[in-house]
Every structure is written in C-alpha cells, then in structure tokens.
Design a protein around this ligand. Structure first.
Ligand code: SF4
Ligand code: F3S
Length: 104
C-alpha cells in the first residue's frame, strides 16, 4: 500500500484524489489518509502530491504512518473530488512537527 505522511498535514492539496483509480483516500480536517486494504499499489498518486507526502510502505520507518492511515481510513469519510487547498498550504509545506501541532 501507499501511505500519506506528515507533510500532508495543513498542506492538503488533494491532487492525489483526482488520480486514484480506486478512490481510496479518506479526509480529515487537516490531512488525508489512504485505506491500506483498498489501495492497489499503482503508485500514480505519489508523483502528483505537491507536498511530496505520499510514500510506498516498502520504505523504512513508516510503521507509525501506516498505522495512522489504517486507523483513520476507517473513521473519516471518503474523498474523491479535489477542492481548493487551504490558503496557507504553502506556508506549512516542509514545516517540522506538524503531527504534534495540527493533526486532525
Ligand atoms: Fe490510489 Fe494508486 Fe495511490 Fe494506492 S497507489 S492510493 S491505488 S493512486
Ligand atoms: Fe495531502 Fe498531497 Fe494529497 S498534500 S491531500 S497527499 S496531494
């Protein structure tokens, strides 16, 4: 599966939902997650993210993010249509500590 990681938080560009062939993105207030049981590992979303926040779970060190994606994909609503990103998305791109500061 692919995994949405920290830099999505407060950037939430939503380009990813436009390209996913199986519509497996789920939306929280400040970030999206991927449902690990629905993702077919096609990889097309990874280069589309302007925040470079999407990774394959074969990369090391992503266990906590995989768990977070799985947990919240079951709680949050499905999202299939891109809207305007937050006005301050660019200001939060690359910011450290976004999980602790803003996760929701
Ligand atoms: Fe969707 Fe493919 Fe990305 Fe998985 S890898 S979330 S199936 S676009
Ligand atoms: Fe987040 Fe990137 Fe999608 S910022 S909403 S994973 S395009």
């Amino acid at each position: 599966t692919y995994v949405v990681t920290e830099n999505c938080i407060k950037c939430k560009y939503m380009d990813c939902v436009e390209v996913c062939p199986v519509d497996c993105f789920y939306e929280g207030e400040n970030m999206l997650v991927i449902h690990p049981d629905e993702c077919i590992d096609c990889g097309v979303c990874e280069p589309e993210c302007p925040a470079d926040a999407i990774r394959p779970d074969t990369e090391p060190g992503l266990d906590a993010w995989l768990t977070l994606n799985a947990d919240y994909a079951d709680k949050w609503p499905n999202i299939t249509v891109k809207r305007d990103p937050p006005e301050d998305a660019k200001a939060h791109d690359g910011e450290a500590g976004k999980l602790d500061k803003y996760f929701s």
